[in-house]
Design a protein around this ligand. Structure first.
Ligand SMILES: [Zn+2]
Length: 283
């Protein structure tokens, strides 16, 4: 593992397209072009002032929201700074099955996390996206349809990224500052595009492969093996994918079952839980 694991070639859900395709979804929820704001988003900066509904869900968290200013865009393979800090990240949601149980566990443990959501899932389950933000977690961009950025045309990148940013900002009232490329697959062109959008890319060190349903104990084991060296910071990759296949549902159950142990074991090791937000960046 070590440093090489910081930039893996895949993160998750090679089975997501088929699982998604098996679920009947109104056509209006799956076409990124229907909501793509390509013509309304500036090419060189994010659009905080244009955030729809910015006053609604953030009233009780004004200080937290104001702390979440976007850092200068970059690609982050590990948390900046030193010390025993862990960022729990959940990809591919929101899920009507596992996201709320995960939120309950995080509340119970007093932990805030970061959710890299897929636009088409957020459009189908907007109330769950709102709830994630309302409970104080960071919502971030994971493309509209889990498309591979490294092989996407500029037009597809605009659709995948801009439509998702616009939707997530409208649902959360928060500026969307962070993005994770599906499978971790990037290209020079996609890096430049995302930087132009003011989005910081977040990679990870620890991949539990929880999406594959490896078993609760295996998820716990791999999660705790995630730091490349003892005491180092870690960005841990977990999933709250929208899954309706029996295998996918079982994987979601395993993530939920493993999460309390993962959190408590990291607490025992003296780790502090952090979110991926602007407070991580001193500059
Ligand atoms: Zn993913």
């Amino acid at each position: 593992m070590g440093q090489a694991a910081a930039l893996p070639g895949q993160d998750a859900l090679p089975d997501l397209p088929s699982a998604t395709a098996s679920v009947p979804v109104p056509s209006s929820t799956v076409a990124p072009t229907a909501t793509a704001p390509a013509t309304t988003t500036p090419s060189s900066s994010p659009t905080p002032a244009a955030t729809p509904g910015s006053a609604a869900p953030t009233r009780a968290r004004a200080s937290a929201a104001s702390a979440r200013t976007c850092p200068a865009p970059r690609t982050l393979a590990q948390l900046p700074g030193a010390g025993r800090r862990i960022a729990l990240t959940f990809d591919d949601g929101p899920s009507p099955i596992s996201t709320r149980p995960i939120l309950e566990i995080l509340d119970r443990e007093g932990v805030k996390a970061t959710f890299f959501q897929i636009g088409e899932n957020a459009k189908e389950y907007p109330q769950i996206t709102r709830e994630v933000a309302r409970r104080g977690h960071v919502v971030a961009n994971h493309s509209w349809s889990h498309r591979d950025f490294s092989t996407s045309s500029p037009a597809h990148l605009r659709q995948e990224v801009d439509a998702t940013t616009t939707l997530l900002q409208s649902l959360t009232g928060e500026r969307i500052c962070f993005v994770r490329a599906p499978y971790g697959n990037r290209s020079t062109g996609s890096d430049a595009f995302l930087e132009g959008r003011g989005l910081t890319q977040i990679m990870w060190q620890g991949d539990t492969r929880d999406w594959s349903g490896p078993g609760t104990s295996a998820i716990v084991r791999d999660a705790l093996a995630a730091p490349p060296r003892r005491g180092a910071s870690v960005i841990l990759l977990l999933h709250d994918a929208k899954q309706f296949t029996p295998k996918g549902q079982e994987a979601g159950r395993q993530t939920v079952a493993a999460l309390p142990t993962v959190i408590r074991e990291y607490k025992k090791l003296g780790y502090t839980f952090v979110q991926v937000d602007g407070t991580l960046f001193p500059d």
